[in-house]
Design a protein around this ligand. Structure first.
Ligand code: BEZ
Ligand code: MG
Length: 545
C-alpha cells in the first residue's frame, strides 16, 4: 500500500469544510416576504429560473442544465433570449436539441412571472365572479402553478402516490435507512413518520410513498385506475427487513386523503400477516409479540395510523411552547399524544375505525420507535420558518423519548437539492440558521418589510427555540450568534427598536428563556447584558403606552 501522506487528513477536513460552505451557499432562501399583487423583481426571477432549470423534467422532455453552466446560461437567456442561450451552450459542447426544451420552459415561466393577477382575482372573487382554477404546488417542482392569483385546487387522493412519487421515494427511503445504519450499525426496527396534507398534494404523495417503501409494499390500482390496494414486495426483491412505521398524520391529511389513510392502514395489516421471520419483518414481530405478551387483540396491536379526533386539528405543542406554558419537556410529548392518539383505518372484520381514541395503542407503538422522520419538500418553508415542524416532528420525538426511554434519531429529507439528502435534525437546524436567520441576505430582505420583518426574525428565533424544547437540537453558538447579530450590535439593535420594539423585546425574552431553561450555556455577563437591553426596551414600550 502507498504510504499515507500526512497532509491527507488535513486535506479531507478542508474538503469537508468546503462541501459545507457550498451547501450553505447553494441553499435557496426567500429573501423577503411575498407582496400581494407584485410580480417578481429581475433578481428574484433569475434565481427562480436557475432553480427551475436545475431539475430534470422527464414528463415535459426537459433535461436539467449542467450545474457549472446554469448561472451563465440563465443570465444569457434573461439578457438575450432563448436562441442566444442555446448558442452559448453549443459553444460549450452541448447540443441544441438537448438544451432547447429547458429554455422553452423558461420562456413560458418567465412570461407568466411577468404577470400578476392576484389583485384582479381578489376583486373578482369579492364580486362573486368565476376565478380560473390552477394547481397548488411548489413553484420549482411544478411551474404550472403560474400565473398566481388563480383558485388553487388540490388533488385526487385516489391518484396518490403517483407512479413518479413512488419511484422517486425508493431512493429517499433507502438513504434514510442507510443513514441510520451508518450511525447505529443496524436497521431501525420502528420509525415514526409525520405526514402532512399540503406536502402530499405538492409531491403527489411522496411522504405516503416513503411510508409504503419502508413497509416494503407497493400501491396497486384497480380497474378504474384508483390506488385502493397494496401488495407486498417480496423480501428477496426488497433486500432488507420491513420497518415498522408509526404514522402521525395531520388533520388536513386525514380530511383530504381519506382513501390514503385507509391504504396506509391496509399496508401495515397486510405486512403484519405475512408468514416471514421476525428478523425480516419488524411489523409482524412487534404485533405478534404484543398479542402474546399483553393478551392484546391482533387488530389493536396493528394500529399504526394516528391523527386528531374527528374535526380537530393540530398538536397545540406550538402554542404551549410559544406561551411558555410548561415546566418539563415531557409535558410537550404528552400533549402531542393527547391530541394525536386517535386511530384511523379498518379492522380485520372490515369495520371502520374512524378516529377512535387509542392512547394505549399509540403509547405502545411509540415505545418501540428508534428514529423519527419528516419529508421536507418545499423551497419556501423550512424548519425555522413556521412553528408546525417542531410541533409535529419535535412533538412526536419528545413523545418517543419518554415512552422508548431513549431519544430517537431524528431525520429530515431534503428534496431541495439535486441529490436526495438525509440530514439529522441538528444538521438541518444549523443549515437553516446559517442560510436564513444569521444570513444578512435573508434578514436584510426581511427588514425591508419594517415592523413585520422584525417579527419574522423574532419568529425564526422562537421556532429555533422550539427545537431546543422538543428535541434539544440547538447548539449554544446559535443563540450566541443571534444575540451578537441582532442585539449586541448597537446599530442593528437601534434598527430593530425603531421598527418594532415589541418583537425586539420578545427576542430578548426568548433568549433569556433559552438560557433559563438550560438550552444556552453562556457566560453570566452575556445574560446580564441581555437583561439590561430587555429593561431598556420595557422602558421604551412603557413610554409608548
Ligand atoms: C398540512 O398540510 O397537513 C399541515 C399544514 C400546516 C400545519 C400542519 C399541517
Ligand atoms: Mg445545548
Amino acid at each position: 500500500m502507498a504510504e499515507r501522506n500526512p497532509n491527507d487528513a488535513r486535506d479531507a477536513k478542508v474538503f469537508a469544510l468546503y462541501a459545507q460552505l457550498v451547501e450553505i451557499e447553494e441553499r435557496l432562501i426567500p429573501t423577503g416576504l411575498h407582496v400581494f399583487g407584485r410580480a417578481s423583481s429581475a433578481g428574484e426571477k433569475i434565481d427562480l429560473l436557475k432553480m427551475i432549470a436545475s431539475f430534470d423534467r422527464p414528463e415535459a422532455g426537459v433535461r436539467a442544465l449542467p450545474e457549472n453552466l446554469v448561472d451563465e446560461a440563465v443570465r444569457e437567456f434573461v439578457r438575450s433570449g432563448r436562441d442566444a442561450a442555446v448558442r452559448l451552450l453549443e459553444q460549450k459542447g452541448l447540443s441544441a436539441e438537448e438544451t432547447r426544451p429547458a429554455f422553452t420552459l423558461l420562456e413560458t415561466v418567465s412570461a407568466k412571472l411577468q404577470t400578476n393577477n392576484e389583485l384582479d382575482s381578489l376583486v373578482r372573487a369579492l364580486r362573486g365572479e368565476f376565478i380560473e382554477p390552477g394547481p397548488g404546488a411548489d413553484i420549482i417542482q411544478n411551474p404550472d402553478i403560474l400565473p398566481t392569483g388563480r383558485n388553487t385546487h388540490a388533488i385526487n387522493p385516489y391518484g396518490v402516490p403517483s407512479a413518479a412519487a413512488f419511484a422517486r421515494s425508493e431512493a429517499i427511503a433507502n438513504s434514510l435507512l442507510d443513514r441510520y445504519r451508518q450511525e447505529n450499525g443496524r436497521y431501525p426496527e420502528a420509525m415514526a413518520l409525520v405526514l402532512w396534507g399540503l406536502d402530499n398534494i405538492k409531491t403527489q404523495g411522496e411522504g405516503v410513498a416513503q411510508a409504503l417503501w419502508l413497509l416494503g409494499t407497493r400501491p396497486v390500482r384497480d380497474t378504474l385506475n384508483r390506488t385502493t390496494n397494496v401488495e407486498a414486495i417480496p423480501l428477496p426483491e426488497l433486500g432488507r427487513p420491513r420497518i415498522d412505521v408509526v404514522m402521525t398524520v395531520s388533520g388536513i391529511f386525514r380530511d383530504l386523503f381519506s382513501p390514503t389513510v385507509q391504504l396506509l392502514d391496509k399496508a401495515v395489516r397486510l405486512v403484519a400477516q405475512l408468514d416471514e421471520p421476525f428478523e425480516s419483518n419488524y411489523v409482524r414481530k412487534h404485533v405478534l409479540q404484543q398479542v402474546e405478551q399483553e393478551a392484546c387483540d391482533q387488530d389493536d396491536a396493528a394500529v399504526r395510523v394516528f391523527s386528531n379526533a374527528p374535526g380537530n386539528y393540530g398538536t397545540n405543542v406550538n402554542f404551549m411552547v410559544m406561551e411558555s406554558q410548561w415546566e418539563r419537556e415531557e409535558t410537550l410529548g404528552d400533549l402531542f399524544v393527547t391530541r394525536k392518539c386517535f386511530a384511523y383505518g379498518r379492522d380485520s372484520k372490515g369495520r371502520a375505525i374512524e378516529g377512535r381514541e387509542a392512547r394505549v395503542a399509540m403509547d405502545r407503538a411509540l415505545a418501540r420507535v428508534e428514529a423519527t422522520y419528516q419529508n421536507i419538500d418545499t423551497f419556501e418553508i423550512g424548519l425555522t420558518d413556521v412553528d408546525h415542524y417542531f410541533e409535529y416532528l419535535g412533538g412526536v420525538s419528545k413523545a418517543v423519548e419518554k415512552r422508548a426511554k431513549s431519544r430517537p434519531a431524528i431525520y429530515l429529507s431534503d428534496t431541495l437539492s439535486r441529490d436526495v439528502k438525509i440530514r439529522t435534525l441538528e444538521e438541518t437546524v444549523r443549515l437553516e440558521t446559517r442560510a436564513k436567520t444569521l444570513n444578512p441576505k435573508w434578514y436584510e430582505g426581511m427588514l425591508k418589510h419594517g415592523f413585520r420583518g422584525v417579527a419574522e426574525i423574532e419568529n425564526h428565533v422562537s421556532n429555533t427555540f422550539g427545537w431546543s424544547a422538543t428535541a434539544d437540537a440547538v447548539d449554544d453558538w446559535i443563540y450566541s450568534e443571534v444575540a451578537n447579530t441582532f442585539l449586541f450590535d448597537e446599530s442593528m439593535l437601534e434598527r430593530l427598536r425603531d421598527l418594532n420594539p415589541h418583537s425586539a423585546h420578545s427576542l430578548v425574552q426568548r433568549l433569556l428563556e433559552a438560557n433559563g431553561r438550560g438550552y444556552w450555556d453562556v457566560d453570566e455577563s452575556v445574560v446580564n447584558r441581555l437583561r439590561e437591553i430587555g429593561r431598556n426596551l420595557e422602558d421604551q414600550l412603557e413610554g409608548v403606552a
